[in-house]
Design a protein around this ligand. Structure first.
Ligand SMILES: NC(=O)c1ccc[n+]([C@@H]2O[C@H](COP(=O)([O-])OP(=O)(O)OC[C@H]3O[C@@H](n4cnc5c(N)ncnc54)[C@H](OP(=O)(O)O)[C@@H]3O)[C@@H](O)[C@H]2O)c1
Length: 343
């Protein structure tokens, strides 16, 4: 029988970072074990996700940002993000048993009292945290609902080694793309993206204009662009787009990861002549609007894994005390795929 402690540790924001969050901006606080109310379950977290969106949501003025499924974080707040935990106790009418695994949004802490209606029971058996916490489903939803990839398409994925990007390239291929191009800032990552993730070409962002790099990698243009970055990437993708190109806009990392600190606006100058002449579609998209895509993604993941091969990329940290460092490294672009902490 597991004996649970009387206390639980959690990560709080100590002070707002001006630039990249570093471990000294956080404190690990020991609190009494949470006491669940009649409509809550007590969960022992086993894994939680680290999202770079935390950087934006801990910046001054984050309370005014609407539409991001991520709470604003002010000094003294405990951080939160997707997590998977083991049920310790649950109301009898819930049907949940101690030892069941549930997903919920109270990460960044060892134990959590989670409202029953915010828990999703996972199937019994071994849990693969990367399948549930990762952004494979976001990428899948974007490529099946945000845009539809067609046989023979050339697809470009920005931040192609990141949490969404590392999955988007692979999924686009399985949905029929003939050529898949990614972007990154690192030559080492670029090589790995070709060998492990199957990108046909990877452009490495540096001093050469992105439009030039992309024109070399896609001499016949692109049909689909998965935009995770905005800014110059988006401008360049418009320049090399083919007739009827479809863009799905998921994120604006140029604003979220701006060197001088996260900003909540991501302006970009686009050539509207190009959009009109090429009959292009640009669609802003949030996977949260298509929750049905999640189970569909899990089914495909099963098939594609048996089929030899979809790579669930992740960077794992261990222990609650490692979480601030994990966020720091994620924001610096040192990591690949889903970043998560195992407890
Ligand atoms: N629409 C949706 O449904 C949805 C869902 C979840 C998240 N999002 C959004 O999607 C975006 C990506 O999320 P993610 O978790 O997949 O992030 P991510 O791609 O894993 O982000 C980290 C990577 O961004 C790259 N990067 C670092 N600094 C950058 C900069 N200044 N400009 C551009 N890229 C930089 C680095 O990769 P390289 O070194 O390899 O370039 C880094 O490893 C975020 O804006 C997030 O809010 C959208």
């Amino acid at each position: 029988m597991i004996v649970h402690p009387l206390t639980s540790r959690e990560v709080k924001l100590a002070r707002r970072p001006d630039e990249t969050p570093r471990p000294e901006h956080f404190e690990i606080v020991t609190s009494p074990m949470p006491r669940p109310s009649a409509q809550e379950i007590l969960v022992r977290n086993r894994w939680f996700r680290i999202s770079i969106s935390a950087r934006l949501m801990m910046s001054a003025g984050a309370e005014d940002i609407k539409g991001i499924p991520f709470p604003p974080i002010k000094p003294g707040d405990t951080l939160a993000d997707g997590a998977i935990g083991e049920v310790v106790s649950a109301p009898s009418e819930s049907g949940l048993q101690p030892g069941d695994f549930v997903s919920h949004h109270c990460g960044w802490r060892e134990y959590a009292a989670v409202p029953l209606n915010q828990c999703v029971l996972l199937p019994s058996g071994p849990v693969n945290p990367v399948a549930y916490l990762g952004h494979g489903w976001t990428a899948y939803a974007a490529l099946t609902r945000g845009v539809q990839v067609r046989q023979g398409d050339t697809v470009f994925v920005s931040s192609g080694a990141g949490a969404i990007g590392s999955m988007a390239g692979q999924i686009a291929r399985r949905l029929g793309a003939a050529r898949v191009i990614g972007s990154t800032t690192s030559h080492t990552k670029a090589e790995w993206m070709k060998t492990a993730l199957g990108y046909d070409a990877v452009i490495v962002i540096g001093s050469t204009p992105i439009a030039e790099l992309l024109a070399d990698a896609a001499p016949e243009g692109i049909d689909v662009y998965v935009d995770i970055v905005g800014g110059e990437h988006l401008q360049a993708a418009v320049e090399v787009a083919r007739q009827g190109a479809r863009f799905v806009l998921l994120g604006a990392l140029t604003a979220e990861l701006a060197a001088k600190g996260a900003t909540k606006v991501a302006p970009v100058e686009l050539d509207s002549f190009q959009l009109i002449i090429k009959g292009m579609t640009l669609r802003g998209y949030s996977a949260d609007n298509d929750p049905d895509a999640f189970n569909e993604w899990l089914q495909h993941l099963d098939e594609w894994q048996q089929d030899n091969g979809i790579h669930l990329t992740s960077s794992k940290f261990t222990g609650i005390e490692s979480a601030p460092q994990a966020l720091h490294e994620a924001c610096l672009g040192r990591l690949k795929g889903l970043v998560y902490v195992e407890l």
